[in-house]
Design a protein around this ligand. Structure first.
Ligand code: SAM
Length: 204
C-alpha cells in the first residue's frame, strides 16, 4: 500500500467520480458498514463490484470478513483487482469476472448485497437466495434510483428510464409481498432495502 487506508479510499472515490462510475453514496456505505458490524456478518456475496469500493469498505469493517464479488465489466474488474491488491485485501476479497446470472456458487453467505443492473434485481434475488444462510440478509441499493421511483411516469421523459423505474417498482412490490422475508425500506443513501429471511417458526 502506498498511502494510508484513508488516502487509498479517497483515490478510489476520486477515480469513480472522474470515470463516472456509480459507487455507493456516503450515508449508504456507512449504513452498510454499521449493519455488518451490528449483525456480526462474516461472509458477503456482492453482485456488482464496479472498482471494488464497497467490497473494500465492507472488508475493512472486520478482519475476519470475507467477500465474494461479481463484476461483468472487464475494465472495472481489473481496476477493482488493482485496488484490492493495493489495500492488501486479496486474501479476503475474491472477485469473479462474469455476468452474475451465469455464475453458480455452492457456498452460503450471511449477507447478499445486490448492487448491479437495477432492471435485474428480481433475477439476482431469485438466483442467489439459495446461497443465503438461514439467518441471512439480502440488501439492495438504489431502491429510489436518484428520486425517479417517487416520480410519476409523466415526469420521466426518457422511455428507457421509465422502463427501468418500472422494473425497480416491480422489485419493490416483489420484496414487500415476499412472505419468506421481512423487508425494511430505508430512506437513506439512494434508498436501501434490507430483507431478512424469516425463521421456520416465523413462517408457520
Ligand atoms: N457496489 C459498487 C460500489 O458501491 O462500490 C458499485 C456497483 S455499480 C452500482 C454496479 C456494477 O454492477 C457495475 O460496475 C456493472 O458493470 C455491474 N453489473 C451490472 N449488471 C451485472 C451483472 N449482470 N453481472 C455482473 N455485474 C453486473
Amino acid at each position: 500500500m502506498v498511502g494510508t487506508i484513508q488516502e487509498e479510499i479517497k483515490k478510489i472515490k476520486e477515480y469513480a467520480i472522474a470515470e463516472n462510475i456509480p459507487i455507493m453514496q456516503d450515508d449508504g456505505i456507512a449504513f452498510l458498514a454499521n449493519f455488518i458490524i451490528k449483525n456480526k456478518i462474516n461472509t458477503v456475496l456482492e453482485i456488482g463490484t464496479a472498482i471494488g469500493y464497497s467490497a473494500i469498505i465492507m472488508a475493512l469493517t472486520n478482519p475476519n470478513l470475507k467477500v465474494v464479488s461479481i463484476e461483468r465489466d472487464e475494465k472495472r474488474y481489473l481496476e477493482a483487482l488493482k485496488n484490492i491488491k493495493r489495500l492488501k485485501l486479496e486474501d479476503r476479497i475474491t472477485l469473479i469476472f462474469k455476468d452474475a446470472l451465469d455464475v453458480t456458487l455452492d457456498e452460503k453467505f450471511d449477507l447478499i448485497f445486490i448492487d448491479a443492473a437495477k432492471s435485474q434485481s428480481i433475477n439476482f434475488f431469485e438466483k442467489f437466495e439459495v446461497n443465503l444462510e438461514d439467518n441471512g440478509y439480502i440488501i439492495t441499493d438504489n431502491m429510489n434510483f436518484h428520486g425517479y421511483v417517487q416520480k410519476s411516469e409523466d415526469e420521466i421523459k426518457s422511455k428507457n428510464l421509465r422502463a427501468l423505474v418500472r422494473k425497480i417498482k416491480e422489485y419493490h412490490e416483489f420484496l414487500a409481498n415476499n412472505t419468506d422475508y421481512v423487508t425494511i425500506f430505508h430512506e437513506l443513501g439512494d434508498g436501501i432495502s434490507v430483507s431478512r429471511k424469516k425463521t421456520d417458526e416465523e413462517r408457520l
